[in-house]
Structure formats: C-alpha cells, structure tokens
Design a protein. Structure first.
Length: 242
C-alpha cells in the first residue's frame, strides 16, 4: 500500500514539475532568441559601368544636378525616361545619422556619427521614442516588452501572444535591423544639390502615418508625431508590423 502511495506521489510530482517547466519556458524572456548578427553600414557599392557613368554625367549636366556623381544611380521612370536618384544606402545613412545626432548632420561627419549606430540585428528604438512606443505596444500587443541597455526591444512573457507579438518575434529574431523613431521629420540628401536637407513629412502631408527608408537588410521607420492630429499612431505601428 505504501509503495502504491509513493508511486502516486512521484507521478503527481512529475506532473507538477512538467507543468512548471512548460509555464516557465512559455514566459521566459525572449532575449534568448534575439538575433545578434553584426550590421555593416559600409556596403560595398557595385562598380559603376562605363555606360551608367556616362549617363550620370549627361543627366547631371542636362538637369543641373550638382551633387557628386558617386551619390547617384540611374533609374527609369514609368514612361521610360531615365533620371537620377540618390542611392538608397546613402539616403539611409544620412537619415540614421540625423536620428543619432538628433539634429541635422553634416555629410562630412556621417561616418563618424555611425560609429554610435546600432551594432546588430533586431528592433532598435530611438532614445526619445522608447516610452511612447512601449505605450503603443501595450495597447496592441499581448506580450510584455522592455528595452535593453543598447536600445533594443526585448519581448518578455510570451504566453498568449497575438499576431503583432508574433510579427515582433519574427523581426527580433531575423537577420535584419529595424529602427523605429517617432518623428515628423528626418534628413536626406537633396537630389539636385546633394546637400543634407530636412524632410518635414507631416507638415507636407499631415495624413501620412509614417515614412520608411531601406538599405539592404536595414529598415528605418519614422512614425508621425501627429501634432496635427490627422493620423492614429497605433494604426501606424500596426501597419508597420503587418
């Protein structure tokens, strides 16, 4: 009889231990699954073929573009007309430099500023936007979130996640870097002059919820501050996560 009781007690203890193990693993901090591949801001640019170099020279002369030729790439418009645009990688670095410096960067100091840029993959939040983004996440997500010492979003207590939590998990564990900044303006190069200029997108169109710049495996999102109260920041964040 005693032997039977001991066996039953052991079974109960095993069941309880198993349940605690499952709960612990479902609620453990998601940082263990974070991807931390290094990010390179000095992408190797493809060599410009002689034909494109000639086109760039011709178009800059015809349109009066005064930026450096190596800033540009040839693009074809919907009507077949060829024109120039600033390379995505350069625009991205200018915009990110503005985020880090918190003011207009000089083009000559961009590489130095990027020494303080996010170093690895994941979701990185701009310093002044952290509290607001965490507040928005509380309203649209089920998991709990925090921010580590480097500014990266950490997913915690992942029990009962919804679709936005699942998307965030994918982003956190991916080989990409996602930067989110709540700001109604950012800095880019003017295509004509090649100079750093401000892009106040909310002032130009208050119904624009956010703007995005990409470069290889890096994306940066600027969510409107909504000073004119024309957009919904929660919906903007949902759209980014979708």
């Amino acid at each position: 009889m005693k032997k039977k009781i001991i066996i039953i007690c052991l079974i109960v203890l095993i069941i309880i231990a198993t349940i605690f193990f499952i709960i612990y693993n479902r609620k453990k901090v998601g940082s263990e699954d974070i991807s931390s591949l290094p990010i390179d801001y000095n992408e190797v640019e493809e060599n410009v073929v002689e034909e494109d170099e000639q086109k760039i020279n011709e178009i800059t002369d015809n349109l009066g573009f005064t930026g450096k030729d190596d800033m540009y790439q040839v693009v074809t418009e919907y009507d077949g007309r060829e024109t120039l645009t600033i390379k995505d990688s350069i625009q991205y670095k200018v915009a990110l430099s503005g985020v880090i410096k918190k003011q207009k960067p000089e083009f000559s100091e961009i590489n130095e500023i990027l020494n303080n840029a996010p170093k690895h993959t994941g979701i990185w939040l701009e310093e002044n936007s952290k509290d607001k983004i965490l507040s928005l996440l509380k309203n649209i997500a089920k998991a709990k979130y925090s921010i580590d010492n480097e500014g990266y979003l950490i997913q915690k207590e992942t029990f009962n996640m919804n679709e936005y939590d699942e998307k965030i998990k994918q982003m956190i564990t991916s080989n990409n870097l996602y930067i989110i900044d709540i700001s109604s303006k950012y800095y880019i190069l003017d295509e004509v002059t090649g100079e750093v200029v401000e892009n106040p997108f909310e002032d130009m169109d208050p119904y624009t919820p956010y703007e995005m710049l990409t470069s290889e495996n890096k994306e940066i999102y600027f969510i409107s501050e909504n000073e004119q109260e024309k957009i919904n920041q929660e919906e903007a964040l949902k759209e980014i996560l979708e």
